[in-house]
Design a protein around this ligand. Structure first.
Ligand code: NQM
Length: 362
């Protein structure tokens, strides 16, 4: 059987990039779909025989279909092809790749473009949550050009506004999956939180670093990487994620006081390599933790006054602003909605080839 040609788009979504497929072009069986994605992206650490870029931020896939849910336009399943592990993880979501789902849905004809701005309501299959995207469509066409700037991406582009609703417990079942605001594991105080992304937050100091190091420096610190890995495996069980050795969660975030006037400074491992910046939903989870009295993040955070706040989460490539609408409850604080600004750009579109022998191999 010859190589199978599959229609795809490659889109930069926020500070990540990935392949975007219509669900109808991939197998319905999860096992077969994952085998295809590994073959298309590359299962080895260099991804030399596929389109993944040998980096967690470029080894991503969006699978999109028209939604049958009331009030929802499209369903989006995110798949992380875990670099070097020959596995696909559909447990985490990705808020960067999500930004590209709006343009992809419009350009693929899943929803019509409005004249000016098009609202795309996305059901995130990984988490069961929803996000409203506002995409620029002047004259009924998607435009990628504009003057929005996001750290981690050169130049400017058209803004994509993302409004997330009610993200708590997206993968772990509850906002604080261990039931505590702080746990102490291996003598390290950790806040385990899932407000859109499972994240474990420790102070940089407790992990033996300053918190202002470059990702390269941290990646080269073998003792730190091994410590993070061991802690992550233990935390996975406690966060209701089970055995996380082959998974991309929980993200491991080390925090310290803001260095450039923001709310807090971060260095995040996703999960075993330091992020060049910070993930979208990772940043939303960290910002949410800053609002929780007694959390490890709150100890270091500079918080603006009020219930509706913008928190600037500092990261190695700059900062990420998260807008949070909160309300006070008897238990503390509830995060009602999170808003972020992203951009996206269509990079390529065409056919990607599935090697002979993979189709129908399972
Ligand atoms: O947290 C990196 C990214 C991400 C995921 C990661 C993301 C998110 O930068 O929503 O965007 O944490 O693996 O794309």
């Amino acid at each position: 059987m010859p190589q199978l040609a599959l229609p795809y788009s490659q889109i930069r979504g926020g500070s990540s990039k990935g392949l975007y497929f219509l669900a109808e072009d991939l197998p319905a069986s999860a096992a077969m779909r994952d085998a295809w994605l590994l073959a298309l992206m590359g299962g080895d650490h260099r991804q030399i025989d596929g389109l993944g870029g040998a980096d967690p931020l470029t080894s991503k896939v969006a699978i999109v279909s028209r939604s049958e849910r009331p009030g929802v336009d499209v369903d989006y399943l995110f798949a992380q092809v875990v670099v070097g592990k020959n596995t696909v993880d559909t447990r985490p979501n990705c808020g960067n790749i999500l930004a590209g789902v709006g343009p992809f849905a419009i350009e693929s004809g899943l929803i019509p473009a409005g004249n000016g701005t098009t609202r795309v309501v996305v059901h995130m299959v990984n988490s069961g949550k929803e996000c409203e995207l506002l995409v620029q469509t002047p004259g009924g066409n998607v435009t990628y050009a504009g003057d929005a700037r996001i750290d981690g991406v050169p130049g400017t582009a058209a803004p994509i506004i993302c409004h997330y609703r009610d993200l708590a417990g997206s993968a772990c079942g509850s906002l604080l999956p261990t039931g505590n605001t702080v746990d102490v594991i291996d003598d390290i105080a950790v806040t385990c939180i899932d407000n859109g992304m499972p994240v474990a937050i420790m102070s940089a100091q407790s992990m033996g670093i300053q918190g202002n190091e470059s990702p390269e420096e941290l990646n080269n610190n073998r003792a730190l990487c091994e410590r993070i890995y061991r802690l992550r495996i233990k935390l996975g069980e406690r966060m209701n994620l089970g055995d996380v050795r082959q998974l991309a969660v929980p993200k491991m975030c080390m925090v310290s006081r803001a260095q450039t006037g923001g709310a807090i400074s971060t260095r995040t491992f996703i999960p075993d390599k330091c992020h060049a910046a910070i993930g979208v939903l990772g940043a939303v989870s960290v910002a949410s933790a800053c609002m929780l009295p007694g959390s490890v993040a709150a100890e270091f955070a500079e918080l603006p006054q009020g219930n509706n706040v913008v928190l600037s989460i500092e990261h190695p490539a700059g900062e990420f602003s998260v807008q949070l609408d909160t309300e006070k409850t008897d238990q503390g604080v509830r995060i009602v909605q999170a808003g972020v600004l992203r951009t996206a750009r269509l990079l390529s579109r065409g056919e990607v080839f599935l090697p002979e022998g993979i189709q129908g191999a399972l």
